[in-house]
Design a protein around this ligand. Sequence first.
Ligand code: ATP
Ligand code: MG
Length: 260
Amino acid sequence: MNAPLNAAFNATARPPLLDVRGVHCVLGGQPILTDLNLQIKAGERVALIGPNGAGKSTLFQVISGLRPLRAGSVWLAGRRIDRLNPAQIARAGIGRSFQSPQVFSRLSVADNLRACLLAAQPARRWWLPYQRDAELRQQVAHWLQALQLRDCADMPAQNIDYARLRALELGLGLINRAPLLLLDEPTAGMNRAQAAHMLDLIEQLCGDRTLLLIEHDPDAVFRLATRVVVLHQGRVLADGAPEAIRHDAQVQAVYLGTAP
Ligand SMILES: Nc1ncnc2c1ncn2[C@@H]1O[C@H](COP(=O)(O)OP(=O)(O)OP(=O)(O)O)[C@@H](O)[C@H]1O
Ligand SMILES: [Mg+2]
């Protein structure tokens, strides 16, 4: 096969990075996600939007193994992951942040980063943490600088302001260098300046990672996303380019509360 043909074959043969197939999720006896299908290719930046209660965070919980599926499956780069536990799923290649930030609240900012750096190392290196201390210190310093958290490095995470807390959580999601990053409302609760700073950090630090991002803020969606998926009552209502979704009558009806 010649080179261009070979490249084209590889591009079409490669499975999607994330493949959510026919997922049903029931919580408290209520169907929350119904026959949900979503495929994301490597390198895409997808915004997941939808009204409150649509099931966006539940989908993240399902993908990361924190909520059970009633039916369907979840695949990462061709590997089935919905039967793995959350730690195994993280190691398989998914980093994430939560709608309510999840960090080690009593540890300092630097120790949060240190703990995640240690956890992200291959298992054999757990035997050598002290011999690797200089390298580890360097990595912690790198992340403190990248996240612009140097001034609060020694403060307990529970004492830093909300915008910094979210920046720290972003860092914890990025540290294991997972190819897929799930961010649940990274700018929620922030003022304009804080939100703009968070979007800068995401753009600077995510590199070529594939991003699935839950957002209510249209500025964030239009700045970061190459594709928008709209969830409504646990189903995909629309999926397309940001501009097309902005003008979609069904999507507008859902947000205005006039959809059936
Ligand atoms: N543990 C649970 N038990 C029962 N119902 C739940 C549970 N968790 C979530 N739900 C319900 O599932 C639905 C979807 O919730 P989810 O948090 O996924 O919505 P969301 O789209 O993320 O909304 P928001 O934009 O407000 O964050 C809601 O009606 C919620 O009340
Ligand atoms: Mg949510």
